[in-house]
Design a protein around this ligand. Structure first.
Ligand code: CDP
Length: 809
């Protein structure tokens, strides 16, 4: 497998395209009964969810099913002296206890490869490496018996000193992975941009600002934890797996490679998923042990994490320690960016990035600004923490990049005494510069940053707020206004650059039209709540004129869906969404031949009109898509085959670059440090919109997920590697009570290369919101001398900063 040490990022050439016009009106071309793109169609999946009739992994009950419970380490770093399983095995109902030794004996399954070509312990033999690490697993006839027996397993540990700070880890005094040949905690070094050019830009810069920014480890905290039901049939030599998987096909391939079970003998079914947000992309040890448990016992085995296990052992994101410098010329034009970053990987580089991008798409860090040069460096480091690197509702490290650049631009604006909005407007990449090639190699497909920010400013009355701020400041009342004008990069991805373990990151759709004009569509992605059953049906309805209500959409079963790389990083619309349109267009091409045959005209005499082919100039001579579908099975032209179906594997020519401008207004209580987000305006641009209601839902949810790390969420470890935030009483997830009323606006700048001009949207708000909130809080205190606060910005941090700067002493 490829090694990721010392990589320099490169990008393939992408085709030239012209920038698109910006509007703010959603295009609707089909009538209500067809419900194609642009309609606010109610979600087809919701009737089953609101009636409690969803089918999640934990709803699966198979005859004779056993239950698995995992014994976890109380230490972050310790030798395992012995594991005594006798008492547990003696408990009535216990069927087996699986240890690392058992996995080793079963064919070296005690280690597994990660998606980043690193290795990760499944169950340890000699040493535990992180708090809550899986140590062994108890299999029993009842879930509660398995949990009780877990308490009877006696593990004798010899505690070792842990290293939890990656800067300390880089000294290599404690080696986290002494199973590796190289005795170092330094995992990889990656760079993008041009160091020499950046040094030259900084040498001639009139202004430079520098800041250390930490984006702490956070957790995706989806409502449903991770789980699996593994069902190995010894007679058929067949493994059926129900799994909380955002990428079932990729997981099937990984399982086949690791276990040696032939891939056609593995079926992975991802049923309904209660939120993924990137946390259900990696393969966690529990999945592997559960599958082995079924192999060993010959029975179906269920494993469902409880809330604490989920919060302590997996689904961790961020943990980036950033030092950034931003340069500007004498006129305040931004010119250069220098970024050094330490990525805390935990005990393994198990991030779910595309293989060639160990730091994900972090090199989008130049953001919405036409910099002359950038030098971006990241070093991956092992520490005694669970593996991190989950792309939590973000396209592989874009959240980190956007937070950094939007904080730095604000600091520069304030340092230069410029208004942050006016400063951004002066510095943006201009609409006529698209397609725009950034100095780190990305080709932004389309954009109009000025339009989005001006709209947000108008919606919130920016000028009025600045007046109010001045007037209040004179009275010692603190309010702040924060802006974030972010550029996203989603839709991984073009096969030339994007793969996971060598599998190219295309995605797929297969559509079959039945004789009565109803249809089934299967796709390689997997919804976790995004509403794919509705929006894919709307895309096909738009292309074929079949009512969206007549199109059944299925994802997540590897035996039926075409191969795909799954849903994360807002890639579904740019990839499978495009494949759905392309497959539908193939069907329309065949439908045209059938219509020409039925109407006894040439194909050139026909034109498409919403749901029918009609003779040009004679619209009464027509065949509807339903009539054509029937003919495809009953009366098709003799020289073409029966049936009406098509498959498309779509390799996008480029990524899509959604963007937006967010403005946040906060009020600070100088007595308590309390932060009130008084207003938050979000103007998003995701190109053409399939379903405005779903897009608004994605944005509102995503904004709350952006509020979370900005003000509340952080996974904290003590110096021994103990997780101090391992319960929901310590890890503060915002609810509706903490969320402000989100005020949404939009601009529409289509993607010029996407088949219907759409860009992804799911993660834009999670990426864009934190810097807007942080910028607002610092803006409220800048005049006191506060330059930066790391997120989460808690009332304690504000209170302390105010006291340190002379307020309230
Ligand atoms: O990959 P994921 O589904 O998480 O992200 P996405 O492609 O951004 O789509 C999220 C949801 O928003 C899906 O239901 C999309 O069909 C919908 N969407 C839309 O209606 N219009 C867009 N331009 C983009 C997404």
């Amino acid at each position: 497998m490829p090694q990721l040490n010392d990589r320099v990022e490169t990008h393939s050439r992408v085709p030239d395209t012209a920038n698109a016009e910006t509007t703010d009106t959603v295009v609707i071309k089909t009538p209500e009964k067809v419900c194609g793109m642009g309609h606010r169609m109610k979600r087809k999946e919701d009737p089953r969810f609101i009636q409690g009739k969803g089918r999640f992994v934990d709803d699966i009950k198979l005859p004779g099913m056993l239950y698995m419970s995992i014994v976890r380490s109380p230490y972050a770093h310790a030798k395992i002296l012995s594991i005594d399983t006798k008492a547990a095995l003696a408990m009535p109902g216990v069927v087996a206890v699986i240890t690392g030794q058992d996995l080793k004996a079963a064919g070296n399954l005690h280690y597994m490869p990660t998606l980043m070509s690193d290795t990760q312990p499944v169950l340890p033999i000699d040493k535990v490496l992180y708090y809550a690490q899986e140590v062994c697993a108890v299999i029993a006839t009842e879930r509660y018996i398995a949990a009780d027996a877990r308490e009877l397993v006696v593990v004798d540990y010899e505690p070792l000193q842990a290293v939890v700070d990656p800067h300390q880890a880089l000294k290599d005094e404690i080696i986290v992975r002494d199973d590796k040949e190289k005795k170092t905690n330094h995992v990889w070094h990656w760079s993008a941009g041009d160091k020499a050019a950046t040094d030259a830009v900084f040498a001639r810069a009139a202004h430079v600002v520098k800041e250390k920014i930490y984006l702490p480890r956070i957790h995706v905290c989806s409502i449903e934890t991770c789980g699996m039901v593994a069902n190995y049939d010894k007679v058929r030599e067949h493994m059926q797996i129900y799994m909380t998987s955002q990428a079932p096909h990729a997981h099937r391939t990984v399982f086949a490679l690791v276990s040696g079970i032939p891939e056609h003998k593995i079926q992975i079914i991802s049923p309904d998923i209660g939120g993924g947000f990137g946390g259900k992309v990696p393969v966690y040890p529990g999945y592997v042990v559960c599958a082995v448990a079924s192999l060993v016992t010959g029975k179906p085995v269920k494993w469902i994490e409880d809330r604490s296990e989920n919060l302590q052992a997996d689904s961790f994101a961020r943990d980036y320690h950033i030092t950034a410098e931003l340069a500007a010329d004498a006129n305040g034009k931004l010119t250069g960016l220098r970024v050094k970053t330490i990525s805390d990987c935990g005990v393994a580089d198990a991030a779910a990035n595309p293989s060639k991008f160990p730091a994900g798409l972090y090199s989008i860090a130049t953001g919405s600004y036409p910099l002359e040069a950038a030098d971006i460096v990241v070093d991956g480091v092992y520490t005694n923490k669970p593996p991190g690197g989950v792309a939590y509702r973000c396209s592989f490290r874009v959240t980190e990049a956007v937070h950094m650049i939007e904080r730095m631009v604000d600091i520069m604006a304030h340092d230069l005494g410029r208004d942050p909005a006016e400063f951004r407007l002066a510095n943006f990449i201009k609409a006529d510069q698209f397609p725009y090639k950034s100095c780190t190699g990305w080709v932004y497909d389309s954009g109009n940053y000025e339009a989005a920010l001006l709209k947000a400013m108008a919606m919130i009355d920016y000028a009025g707020l600045r007046k109010e701020q001045l007037e209040k400041r004179a009275r010692g009342v603190l309010m702040g206004i924060g802006i974030s004008s972010f550029t996203e990069v989603v839709g991984a991805g073009p096969a030339a650059d994007f793969d996971i373990l060598g599998i190219k990151m295309f995605d797929s759709a297969e559509i079959r039209i039945h004789p009565t004009g109803k249809a089934i569509a299967r796709l390689g992605t997997k919804s976790q709540g995004q509403g794919h059953e509705t929006t894919y049906a709307q895309i096909i309805a738009e292309e074929l004129g079949l009512p969206a209500a007549d199109i059944q959409v299925e994802e997540g079963d590897t035996d039926t869906a075409p191969y795909g790389l799954g849903t994360y990083a807002s890639r579904s619309t740019p990839t499978s969404g495009a494949a759905a349109a392309m497959a539908a267009r193939k069907i329309r091409a065949k439908a045209k031949k059938i219509a020409a045959y039925l109407l006894e005209v040439g194909e050139d005499d026909l034109e498409w009109n919403v749901d029918r082919f009609q003779v040009k100039g004679s619209p009464d001579q027509k065949k509807t898509i339903q009539e054509i579908a029937f003919a495809a099975y009953t009366n098709h032209p003799p020289d073409i085959q029966a049936g009406l179906e098509a498959t498309d594997y779509y390799n996008p020519p480029n990524l899509t670059f959604p963007f937006g401008s967010y403005i946040c207004v906060v009020d600070l209580d100088t007595g308590t440090g309390q932060i009130k987000v008084r207003r938050f305006v979000a103007v998003d641009d995701c190109g053409h919109i399939i379903n405005p209601m779903i897009v608004e839902g994605q944005i509102e949810g995503g904004l709350t997920m952006g509020l979370a790390p900005a003000l509340f969420e952080e996974i904290v470890y003590d110096e021994n590697g103990q997780n101090l935030t391992g319960t929901m009483a310590d890890y503060l997830v915002p609810t509706a009570v903490e969320s402000p009323k989100w005020e949404l606006g939009k601009t529409i700048t289509p993607s010029p290369h996407h088949p219907f001009g759409a860009k992804g949207v799911g993660e834009s708000p999670t990426v864009g919101a934190p810097p807007a909130i942080a910028n607002a809080i610092v803006d409220a205190m800048w005049h006191l001398g506060v330059r930066h606060l790391d997120i989460p910005i808690t009332p304690q941090k504000v209170w302390k900063a105010l006291r340190e700067h002379g307020v309230g002493n």
